[in-house]
Design a protein around this ligand. Structure first.
Ligand SMILES: [Zn+2]
Length: 168
């Protein structure tokens, strides 16, 4: 399968990660339609046949190569429409299910997780307490998630940056 034929256009959008999520757009710049499950799809002509792939899957393969057998792609940012390959990780299906629970953590729980780890408790035991994966605790501690509460919309980020430039 030649993945270079899948040309995924996107715009950056602020999300829960340190780097922006990528929202796929059509050639005319409109956000792409999502399927029932919230995924974006791309079409390409491969070996003379019209072929479809998920936008995030196409960009993952373009950057990292094929998803290893038996693994599925997990969105670290929890935005299924996001096609930023840096927000994707190939994991076992069981891990994917376990991780989706961690999306339900409240801001208070995240603060507790940080406190417990800072006070010397091992990450895997904190993870067990909160019913999440150790790698998720690690990301919370490193500040990749929940940096300062919910992220502002991309429009606000842009206007704040423009205001900051105008002051300088
Ligand atoms: Zn993302």
């Amino acid at each position: 399968m030649d993945y270079s034929k899948f040309n995924v256009r996107f715009i950056p959008e602020a999300g829960p990660m340190a780097t922006p999520c990528h929202r796929r757009v059509t050639p005319s710049g409109k956000p792409s339609v999502l399927d029932r499950d919230g995924y974006s799809h791309v079409l390409a002509r491969v070996n003379g046949r019209q072929t479809g792939r998920t936008a995030h899957g196409a960009r993952y393969v373009q950057k990292y190569g094929p998803v290893p057998d038996g693994l599925v792609l997990d969105h670290l940012c929890k935005n299924r429409w996001c096609c930023n390959p840096e927000h994707l990780e190939a994991v076992r299906q069981a891990d994917n299910v376990r991780r989706s629970r961690s999306a339900k953590l409240t801001a208070d729980q995240v603060a507790d997780i940080r406190l417990l780890v800072a006070s010397g408790e091992r990450q895997h035991s904190v993870a067990k307490k909160f019913g999440v994966h150790q790698s998720h605790v690690n990301r919370i501690v490193r500040g990749e998630f929940w940096n300062n509460g919910p992220c502002p919309a991309w429009e606000n980020v842009k206007s704040r940056r423009a205001a900051a430039r105008a002051v300088r």
